[in-house]
Design a protein around this ligand. Structure first.
Ligand code: 2HA
Ligand code: ZN
Length: 274
């Protein structure tokens, strides 16, 4: 493989950055990227098309035939940059969008991420709602956002508003807010369905007591989104830990003024009076 190909280089760089943030203990977290046509062209010569198709565990017809670069199941983010071809793989979906085959990578065996159903169902909904723009789905385990899911109501409106109040850039970076999935068994179709339903509206979905999923156009914006949400959660944890109610904060009218100057639409549902 040519590791200077841009999407491969940036994919590996994200795994380094995520590990350095302490969001990827052991085999925690996973990453996937939906290849563009010219990228599929560029990697053809490294692909082996003789592998057998295996079930994805869900159906994603709108992604039929597409190629993805994904992390491997049980693989550690810490090891991706040290040994890419044993820890990540390129897969292709069949013409129904129900099966995948490995074309490159996972040299000593293995399977794509255990969260493949959620990654692919998120890609499918984002392909439609962003007019083919979003290509990166990223799952990580940041401690502060996870901690908040034990003490805050698992309500999209309440958590969005609290995160927005913690840093002025937040409503600009995630103007559509964050969605929450209550605790569910990870790794299967049910949690994939619940997550992708919320991805219709949000670019960030929090899995209670587990982690977050982010969607974006490229590696920088997707990682930056997770980074911004977790930074905001860290400030919120500090504010709550200081044990006092806020004496001042960013008000609903402040958010409306910000929206005008920064040319973002902030849905009124998050600007309720408290
Ligand atoms: O082990 O994070 O959600 C990978 C995971 C499962
Ligand atoms: Zn996880």
């Amino acid at each position: 493989m040519d590791y200077n190909i841009k999407f491969i280089k940036e994919f590996i760089q994200l795994t380094i950055n995520g590990y350095e943030q302490n969001w990827h203990e052991r085999n925690g977290g996973n990453l996937s990227y939906r290849l563009k046509d010219e990228e599929v062209e560029a990697i053809q010569k490294y692909c082996d098309f003789s592998g057998e198709f295996k079930p994805i565990g869900t159906s994603v017809p709108k992604l039929a035939g597409e190629y993805f670069l994904v992390t491997g199941s049980g693989k550690f983010f810490r090891n991706v940059s040290l040994d890419p071809e044993n820890n990540i793989c390129i897969i292709q979906l069949d013409e129904k969008g129900e099966n995948y085959r490995i074309l490159w990578g996972l040299k000593n065996g293995g399977r794509p991420t255990s969260e493949l159903p959620t990654h692919l169902m998120n890609h499918e909904i984002k392909k439609v709602t962003t007019n083919n723009k979003h290509r990166v789905i990223y799952h990580c385990h940041p401690a502060n956002i996870i901690a908040l899911t034990f003490t805050m109501p698992l309500d999209n409106k309440i958590i969005t508003r609290e995160l927005w109040e913690m840093a002025t850039e937040c409503p600009v970076v995630f103007p559509s807010g964050v969605g929450i999935v209550e605790w569910m068994v990870p790794g299967g179709r049910d949690i994939a369905v619940a997550t992708s339903k919320l991805m219709d509206k949000y670019d960030v979905v929090i899995w209670a007591h587990h982690g977050i999923f982010c969607s974006g156009e490229d590696f920088d914006t997707t990682f930056g989104l997770a980074h911004t949400v977790e930074k905001s959660a860290e400030i919120l944890v500090k504010v709550i830990s200081m044990g006092e109610n806020k004496l001042q904060t960013i008000t609903p009218q402040n958010f409306r003024d910000l929206a005008v100057d920064f040319k973002v639409t902030l849905p009124e549902e998050f600007l309720f009076e408290k």
